[in-house]
Each structure stands twice: as structure tokens, then as C-alpha cells.
Design a protein around this ligand. Structure first.
Ligand code: MIC
Ligand code: SF4
Length: 645
């Protein structure tokens, strides 16, 4: 039987396990990427493993998230990252060089390779035919050490694209349409593979916009074939030697196939406060807009910015709108500078921002109270922009520019102007001088460690019997932004005790203090949650900091993939209700007892929780491999690795 693209790459990379759906398999990781907000912890963990040098083909450490905050912490982190990169043979992309996913696509991504990144939008690399997966920092540290990355052998969904997009409709509208179709929950364990004639109508950056926002579907990854368009992109980046054709066999089988006729898609956006709340732009036309922001790893390519620049050329920004533009990379910024498009943007009234995550992660450019902000990002969770009352809509650069021109929500088709023609680039402007490439491995080099940089905490082994308390009960779709806020708090990523003061800050300010009180008297803290707990970011801090506060168990209706692994990696037991209605039978402050946990885990039997407050017993399930159980028993992956060596 023929193979699809996902099966082909997995077959080439499998190290252990059977290529059978649902089974845990270990795969070889060719490339890794980290960014500064997750990177410091990942490298602290790597250091703790005491491995002299990295074992991957290529690893890149990017600085793009915490580039310019108040205080010394960010710059101390950058120095730490640079010294680690030098010591272990990692390429270091300095602040100002651009957003990790955009730069990786431009300069490093290669079809057919595996990429593991400590950022949930790592699947951006699927646009160039990589099997690119987001994970927690500790998983990336393990990949650096040459250990296999474990995933559940995925189901593959083929999205078959036919025809081509109509005027003013973009790649962003495709992925928003898919988000409408599949929603942000219930897609765990799938990889999306794109195919069909429509693929040929999309450039590599457009494909990358689609695979980037696959993260919002909750799938493990998304991937496009590698074809002549991929080859031209690589050639234009001076990297044609890395091209490899990648296509599914004619008789390849899929677990599901969805057909999408591109010509039927219309401009859409995600309305507040989830990327899954998708509406047609025209349905909300005329609503007043306060802010527009173009950038982020989803939509900050050369073509995105050129399109916006051409649309606004010779016009003036609507007086009540504030308009920010963050080019995705230094390459993009240089090119639009050299061809004059930057001047068009400035003349229009754009505020030019650093080539970094910036506003996307709530680092500046927070909207005003109750504002409507149209952004080209991939996430619009409540409060992520830095303003809790703001309403963020996620749209294409075309829709964003139309709104900046008119000051109201506008479908770009109704602007009455011609679609800008942006010719494909046959030679990008290449300058890698902001990347510090590894020289020879400097084993004795001193690592720079600022006072905000602490060691990763040591996990406590699991015990047979637990007496605990429900410290917090939350509803559906709790994101890692709820658990561990970013924005102004990002600078504490390397300091677990300090960052732990902000666990669940947007939900319940008293949570950390209450947990620490319980921890002191050796009572276990338990979190109860609804569907799709831990959506969004890969930040492992959403597991490390609760673990530091004495959280040992999360009980929920369902948990998203990356967060599930992060919980395991830091010794927190992820449990799910067998009967979802039992969610109603657990309340905050209920006292719970779980007995013989280790015996149940080893026998692979449901765990029983005894709600002492209500006098009820509830059955819980889990989806843990033998290896996962060992990790949890030892209190986390770091202890497990040390034990194995
Ligand atoms: C995000 O978009 O939420 C982030 C910030 O890039 C995160 C990583 C992080 O929290 O550092 C992600 O997507 O994984
Ligand atoms: Fe950065 Fe935003 Fe992309 Fe996350 S989603 S990597 S914060 S640009």
C-alpha cells in the first residue's frame, strides 16, 4: 500500500515503537528551534543532563519574544542563551533578526526533515515540507541530547484543495475556514496533510500561514508537499541544495479526507476571544475599529507586508486608528526598506515595530479599554493583548489594511481598489550576519548567568496514596495564557519561584498563595478543568510553576497534546473523567483521596478518586505509555533521564 507524506517522514525517522495508530513511537529529531521565552529553561534542563555537545543536525536558538522589556532580566537571558549556544554548538539568532518561525522558514527549514521546537507554532515549517512539531522545552532539551521524541503515532487528515482563491481572499482565510470547520478542540492526535491541485496556487509563505495556525486546531502538525514551488523558494533563499521532492503516493490512504474548493472561500476573521470563533468579515462590516496590527509569525512575510504597503500607498491612516507593523524578519524589513515600501507604510501613518513577536504576545501595543483591535496574529485569547477588556479579531493582512484605511471593519473586496500584484521573488536579500553560527565547541566557555536565572526545580516522586484538595475548578478551553500569563510577566521565565507568583493570575489571584499554604502542610493541590485544558502555547511553565506550587494532579474532561506532555514531564498526573458528567461532582475546596495510584497505573486500570467532602467515588482514565508512567513515578523527565544514564 502506498504512503502519505506523514507516513514517509515518520518511517525515515522512527527509532522505537510500532508504526501503528495510537501507539507511542520515538522519532529522531533532525533540527530543533527554541525561542528565548521557553529557551532559557530548555537549556537549563539541557545543562542539567550533563551532555557535552548537541546531537542534532542543526539547532537554532532565537531571541524574538522578550526583546525589549523594562529591567535587566531579558538582556541577561539573551547573554545566557548566547553563551550556551557558543558552548554547545547551537546557532544563535540575535534579537532583531526576526521571529523564529519566519526566520527558520527562510534560512533553515528543509523538506523531509523533522523539526522540534519549544514553541507551539513550530509547524510553520510544514509550509516547506518539514514534519515540524511544537513541544515543551524539556522535550527539546532531550532532542538536543540525541534522545528520540515520543509521539502517539498520528491519524492523518488529508485536506484536498481544489481550484484557486478568489480576489482578496488569502491563505489566512483558508485556515480560518478550516478552524470554523474543525474548531479548536477535539483534534488531538491528528496530523493534517494538504494535497490536491489547489496546493500549486500557494507560495511557501502562504502554505506556512496555514500550517502555522494548524496549532490552533490542536493537531500535532500540518504539512504541505515539497514541489517545484518549494524548490523555487529554496532557490530564492540560496538554499536549493536542500531541496527534496516530497509527495504522497497515488494510492496513499488517509484516516479522513476533506475537500475544500478554494474558490468558495470568502474573507473571514476570528472574533473575540478564540481563534475558533470564525465569522465572515462582511457580516460585521461598519463596526468602529481602534487599532490595527500587522505582523506575528502567521502573517509577516515579504508578500504580506508588500500587499499592505501597496494597499495604503498614497492614502492616510484613518484618524482614530492606531496602526502597528512588525516585519517578520530582518530579511523582510531590509527588502521593504530597499524597495521603498517601508516609506509607503510610514507615509500612511504606520508605527514600525521591531521584527519580533511584540504585540502578538502582549509585549507592548496594548489596545485601549474596550478597544476593537484587528490583528494578523493567530491567537486572540482574552487579555493576551495586554488589555483584558479589548476585543481582538484575527484577520488577513488585506482585511487588516482595509480596516486601517476606513476606520471600520471592512471586507477588502468592498474597498473598490485593485488587488496589488506582488511578483514572486527569485532572489531574497540574504544577510545572516545577525546569526552567530557555532565555531568549534568551546567546552570551557563560561556561561553567563544573571541573578534572575535559576535552576529547573526538582520533581517529587509520585506516592501511592494522595490526600488533596481541589484548589481551583475552571471551565472549558483554559489556555496556557490563563495558567501562565505572558506579556509583562514574561521576564520571569527563567525564575520559577518568581514566575509562580502569577500562576492563574487572570483567573484567581489567590491561587499561588493558597497552594503554597497547602504545600507547607504536605497537602496535595489538585486542579479540576473542563474540555481542552492547556490549549495554546507550548510553555512548559504552565506545568513547572503549578508543580512548584505543589500541584500533583489535574483532573479534566480533556487535555491538549503539548500540555499533556508537559504535565507528565514535570511529574503532574493528567487524569480525565471517564464520565464527563462527573465534572459536576467536583467543586473547589472538595477534599479528595486517591489510593493505590501506582498500582492502578501499573495495571493500566482506571484510578478512583474518593470525594470525601461529597461522599462520592469518581472513575478517571489516562492515556499514558509505560515510559510516561515511569516518568511520573520518578517526579518528572529529568529524574527519569538521570536514572536511565
Ligand atoms: C505563544 O504564541 O503563545 C508563544 C508565546 O509563542 C508560546 C511560547 C511561549 O509561551 O513562550 C507558544 O506558542 O508556544
Ligand atoms: Fe511569537 Fe506570536 Fe508567533 Fe508566538 S504566535 S511565536 S508570540 S509571533
Amino acid at each position: 500500500m502506498g504512503k502519505n507524506i506523514v507516513q514517509k517522514i515518520l518511517k525515515d525517522h522512527i527509532i522505537n515503537g510500532n508504526m501503528k495508530q495510537g501507539e507511542s513511537v520515538g522519532i529522531k529529531i533532525d533540527q530543533t528551534l527554541t525561542q528565548d521565552a521557553t529557551g532559557t529553561m530548555a537549556y537549563l534542563e539541557f545543562e542539567a543532563m550533563e551532555i557535552p555537545e548537541i546531537k542534532t543536525e542543526l539547532s537554532v536558538s532565537y531571541v524574538d519574544h522578550n526583546t525589549s522589556q523594562m529591567g535587566f532580566e531579558n538582556n541577561d537571558d539573551h547573554k545566557y542563551l548566547q553563551s550556551i549556544a557558543e558552548k554547545y554548538g547551537i546557532s544563535y539568532s540575535r534579537a532583531g533578526n526576526g521571529i523564529c518561525h519566519q526566520v527558520h522558514l527562510e534560512r533553515f527549514g528543509l523538506p523531509g526533515k523533522t523539526l522540534l521546537g519549544s514553541d507551539s507554532h513550530t509547524p510553520t515549517g510544514g509550509g516547506i515540507g518539514m514534519l515540524a512539531i511544537g513541544a515543551g522545552g524539556l522535550d527539546v532539551a532531550c532532542a538536543l541530547a540525541g534522545l528520540p521524541f515520543h509521539i502517539t503515532y498520528p491519524k492523518v487528515l488529508k485536506i484536498n484543495l481544489t481550484n484557486k482563491l478568489s480576489k482578496w481572499v488569502t491563505a489566512k482565510d483558508i485556515i480560518l475556514y478550516i478552524l470554523k470547520l474543525l474548531s479548536t478542540k477535539g483534534n488531538v492526535g491528528w496530523v493534517v496533510e494538504y494535497g490536491g491541485e489547489g496546493v500549486k496556487t500557494l507560495s511557501v509563505p502562504e502554505r506556512a500561514t496555514i500550517t502555522n495556525m494548524g496549532a490552533e486546531l490542536g493537531v500535532t502538525s500540518s504539512i504541505f508537499p515539497s514541489d517545484e514551488i518549494t524548490n523555487s523558494f529554496l532557490k530564492a533563499q540560496g538554499r536549493e541544495s536542500g531541496f527534496a521532492e516530497l509527495k504522497a503516493d497515488d494510492d496513499a490512504e488517509y484516516d479522513k479526507i476533506i475537500d475544500i474548493d478554494l474558490s468558495t472561500i470568502e474573507p473571514r476573521f476570528a472574533t473575540p476571544h478564540s481563534p475558533g470563533n470564525v465569522s465572515l468579515v462582511k457580516e460585521l462590516r461598519g463596526k468602529k475599529v481602534d487599532q490595527v496590527a500587522v505582523g506575528s509569525c502567521t502573517n509577516s512575510s515579504y508578500k504580506d507586508l508588500m500587499t499592505v504597503a501597496k494597499m495604503v500607498k498614497g492614502r492616510k491612516l484613518y484618524p482614530n486608528v492606531s496602526f502597528g507593523v512588525a516585519p517578520g524578519s530582518k530579511q523582510v524589513l531590509r527588502m521593504i526598506t530597499e524597495n521603498g515600501a517601508l516609506t509607503d507604510l510610514i507615509d500612511f501613518g504606520a508605527r514600525i515595530m521591531e521584527s519580533a513577536c511584540g504585540f502578538c504576545i502582549g509585549n507592548g501595543f496594548a489596545p485601549s479599554t474596550d478597544a476593537i483591535s484587528i490583528r494578523t496574529n493567530n491567537r486572540n485569547f482574552k487579555g493576551r493583548s495586554g488589555t483584558t477588556s479589548a476585543n481582538v479579531y484575527l484577520a488577513s493582512p488585506e482585511t487588516a489594511a482595509a480596516c486601517a484605511i476606513t476606520g471600520v471593519i471592512t471586507d477588502p473586496r468592498e474597498l473598490g481598489i485593485e488587488v496589488p500584484e506582488i511578483p514572486e521573488i527569485d532572489k531574497f536579500n540574504i544577510d545572516d550576519s545577525m546569526i552567530v553560527f557555532p565555531k568549534k565547541t568551546e567546552k570551557k566557555l563560561r556561561i553567563s548567568r544573571g541573578p534572575n536565572i535559576g535552576d529547573p526545580p526538582k520533581g517529587e516522586p509520585l506516592v501511592q496514596n494522595i490526600k488533596g484538595e481541589v484548589m481551583l475548578k475552571v471551565g472549558d478551553k483554559i489556555t496556557t495564557d490563563h495558567i501562565m500569563p505572558a506579556g509583562a510577566r514574561l521576564k520571569y521565565r527563567s525564575n520559577i519561584p518568581k514566575y509562580s507568583e502569577f500562576v492563574f493570575e487572570p483567573v484567581d489571584l489567590t491561587f499561588p498563595e493558597r497552594c503554597l499554604k497547602n504545600k507547607k502542610v504536605k497537602k496535595t493541590n489538585i486542579i479540576v478543568a473542563g474540555l481542552s485544558y492547556g490549549q495554546g502555547s507550548s510553555r512548559e511553565h504552565a506545568a513547572i510553576c503549578p508543580a512548584y506550587l505543589g500541584v500533583k494532579i489535574v483532573i479534566s474532561k480533556s487535555i491538549e497534546r503539548i500540555h499533556y506532555s508537559n504535565l507528565i514531564n514535570f511529574g503532574i498526573l493528567p487524569l480525565e473523567f471517564i464520565n464527563e458528567d462527573d465534572y459536576e461532582n467536583l467543586e473547589q475546596e472538595d477534599l479528595l483521596e486517591l489510593e493505590n495510584i501506582i498500582d492502578f497505573l501499573e495495571a493500566n486500570e482506571p484510578i478512583i478518586v474518593n470525594n470525601k467532602t461529597k461522599g462520592q467515588k469518581i472513575k478517571l482514565r489516562y492515556n499514558l505509555s509505560q515510559r510516561d508512567i515511569e516518568i511520573i513515578k520518578l517526579g518528572g523527565l529529568l529524574s527519569y533521564i538521570k536514572r536511565k544514564r
